[in-house]
Design a protein around this ligand. Structure first.
Ligand SMILES: [Mg+2]
Length: 187
């Protein structure tokens, strides 16, 4: 197979947008688009306000994770602390707020690791992922409808949890590896 070189037209122009659902966390739109070759297609898109997540690493090198029930997959999920942006909230402020609310530890500052598109196939959600390495005692304050518990695991344990499928959340897997990269583990 030969790789294509040169300019390729990829853009899909929006012809029509039909609102399907307007909820508290997401909005769903059905778009009719014109493909580069002139044909039309339908795209169902979930609009999301965006979120921040944070990889908290304790002074003795443990990772703080949270356990909570995830209704879409009907399972208890082990993840890094995260949550959606409040209106007008900066992503780093959101990361620090979610860290304290969900774990009871706070960080006076966080450093940006990366931003990721969680599911570009059907949603515009972007998650901003941060690293927090200087943790101080704070105040746990989960949302009213959030049943969540925090726990600490070693670097070896968190990697084992990713390998054996105890951790399956995308932002958590990417966040842990990126944090290890930032901490110089990959040379
Ligand atoms: Mg959360």
């Amino acid at each position: 197979m030969k790789w294509k070189v040169g300019f390729v037209q990829y853009e899909e122009k929006t012809i029509r947008s039909e609102p399907i659902y307007d909820g508290s966390i997401i909005r769903v739109e059905r778009l009719t688009v014109e493909l580069p070759d002139g044909r039309q297609a339908t795209r169902d898109i979930v609009r999301h306000v965006g979120a921040s997540a944070v990889v908290p690493v304790t002074s003795d090198g443990h990772f703080l994770l949270v356990r909570q029930y995830r209704k879409p997959n009907e399972c208890v999920s082990i993840e890094i602390p995260a949550g959606k942006l409040d209106p007008g909230e900066a992503p780093d402020t959101c990361a620090m707020r979610e860290l304290e609310e969900e774990t009871g530890f706070r960080a006076e500052q966080v450093e940006k690791l990366f931003s990721m598109k969680s599911t570009p196939g059907f949603s515009d959600e972007v998650i901003h992922v941060y690293l927090a390495t200087t943790l101080l005692p704070g105040e746990r304050n989960p949302d009213e409808d959030e049943f969540i518990s925090a726990f600490a695991v070693s670097e070896q344990e968190v990697l084992a949890m990713i390998r054996d499928g105890r951790i399956t959340d995308g932002k958590t897997i990417a966040g842990i590896y990126s944090a290890l990269d930032r901490m110089g583990r990959f040379g």
